[in-house]
Design a protein around this ligand. Structure first.
Ligand code: SUG
Length: 446
């Protein structure tokens, strides 16, 4: 299926980190989340680090957008769990009786926009519309609550249903879906893309991980592919190597990243690696450029510690590619050496490495690629995006000032039950909806 003259350009929509960003150790199997549990977090710094990355990518000539944070704490979650009373009473009793629930209700985990949805552009779909399927995030209790707000936000940011269809999250037994973190679109320029879905557990449960949970099932990936309306011929499914999941690779984007026809991956990323690469290459008419990193170059542990593969691989306006890495990559000697060799090698189009300090997010297991949702858009799709959610220097400056005005410098466990903080979060979000021209976005405003 060729898309003819119809071409798409990738936009990155990063979520703005929320004012309750904290380290609650909520994600077993995510090494950074578990090891930083209880550390003091720095929400203001976290949000500014994320915004600085957005600005740099926009200044590199890429299309950049932003998504507003969800309201946290999520008092509905506490009410659904049987807590009652006014907001302050609710928070105080939950803090006293069920601090784990309060932690779930307060997480800023929506900030990892790669888990917001899975996306297929109109060039690739049977009805030529862009489709997005909101991720259900069923595996982790603190992330299960994200889908309805994500859906509401995406529908406001992409309001033209004739161009972009935002599907509700899939539901059903065994359908656990983590969105674009387990999906990669590969394509020769202007051709319809190949949709590469990576799952942790398939039809044979004995092949799954032993220590940690597999967050994505094959059945879920198939259901998502159906909703995206990607032709069968353009779907490739592959199972994650369970050894990698047990080493802390809780999403495929912690061990592989693709862009155009390039796939950068660790040799332990996939089960039956040769067959997976063969299928991808055939689907791309023999043009796949696989960049395989061996365990001798970078061990699984170094890959998980540095988040090398959670880099963004982007095409710059001049057609060359850049790898957007977290600073931990330069602090891990084997990874830093590998990066230098990778850029020097002639067998791939990766020409430069750009390093970003995203430590606040990294301490919860979220690198550059986790923070963004890739949305390939054609010209008309782009025009249909809610304009204030696309980067402009002026609005960027207003967002920075907004963060500086409202975000706490630090959060400790004990701060989560403070009702004055709740009020200031709502005032902050109220102000944000003015900057982003999204009146009534939050339930408390309606
Ligand atoms: O789901 N961390 C997130 C990190 C998600 C990273 N996203 C991608 N790889 N695309 C998660 O494990 C930690 C929250 C805490 O422990 O406070 C957390 O939810």
């Amino acid at each position: 299926m060729s898309s003819g003259t119809h071409s798409v350009q990738e936009a990155n929509f990063d979520s703005i980190v929320g004012p309750t960003h904290n380290y609650a150790g909520l994600s077993p199997g995510n090494v950074a989340s578990s090891s930083n549990q209880g550390e003091v977090s720095r929400p203001r710094e976290a949000a500014l680090q994320g915004l600085a990355k957005m600005r740099s990518l926009a200044e590199m000539g890429l299309v950049q957008g932003w998504l507003p944070p969800h309201e946290r704490p999520d008092l509905e979650l506490l009410r659904a769990e049987g807590f009652s009373g006014d907001d302050s009473t609710l928070l105080a009793t939950a803090a006293e009786e069920a601090p784990h629930l309060l932690a779930r209700a307060s997480s800023s985990s929506f900030m990892w926009a790669a888990n917001a949805a899975t996306v297929a552009p109109g060039t690739d779909t049977e009805d030529h519309r862009l489709h997005m399927v909101v991720a259900n995030l069923q595996t982790m209790p603190h992330r299960r609550i994200e889908a309805p707000s994500t859906q509401g936000i995406l529908r406001r940011v992409f309001p033209d249903e004739s161009r972009v269809q935002v599907h509700a999250a899939i539901r059903g037994d065994g359908l656990t879906d983590e969105g674009a973190a387990n999906h990669t679109r590969l394509a020769n320029r202007d051709d319809a893309g190949i949709h590469f879905f990576v799952y942790g557990i398939g039809d044979d449960p004995t092949t799954g991980p032993k220590k940690f949970v597999a967050r994505q099932t094959l059945a879920a990936s198939r259901a998502v592919a159906d909703l995206l309306r990607v032709p069968e011929s353009h779907r490739v499914f592959a199972q994650q190597n369970p050894v990698a999941i047990d080493a802390g690779v809780f999403h495929n984007d912690v061990i592989a990243v693709g862009n155009q026809n390039v796939l950068l991956f660790h040799e332990h990323a996939f089960l039956n690696q040769d067959s997976v690469l063969g299928r991808l290459d055939r689907a791309l008419d023999g043009s796949l450029i696989p960049v395989r990193i061996t365990a001798a170059d970078v061990s699984l542990e170094e890959a998980v510690g540095s988040y090398l593969f959670n880099s963004q691989l982007v095409t710059l306006p001049d057609g060359t590619m850049a790898l957007i890495c977290p600073s931990e990559c330069r602090e891990t000697p084997a990874v830093s050496d590998l990066l230098d060799r990778l850029v020097a090698r002639e067998d791939n189009p990766i020409d430069q490495v750009r390093v970003f300090d995203l430590r606040q997010s990294m301490r919860n297991g979220g690198g550059p690629a986790c923070l963004r949702l890739r949305v390939p858009l054609d010209e008309k799709d782009l025009q249909s995006v809610h304009p204030p959610c696309l980067y402009s220097r002026d609005r960027y400056d207003r967002l920075v000032a907004w963060v500086e005005a409202w975000y706490p410098e630090e959060i400790r466990d004990s701060d989560l039950a403070d009702p004055t903080r709740l009020v200031s979060v709502r005032d902050a979000l109220d102000a944000l909806t003015k900057i982003l021209e999204l009146p009534g976005l939050y339930a408390f405003q309606r």
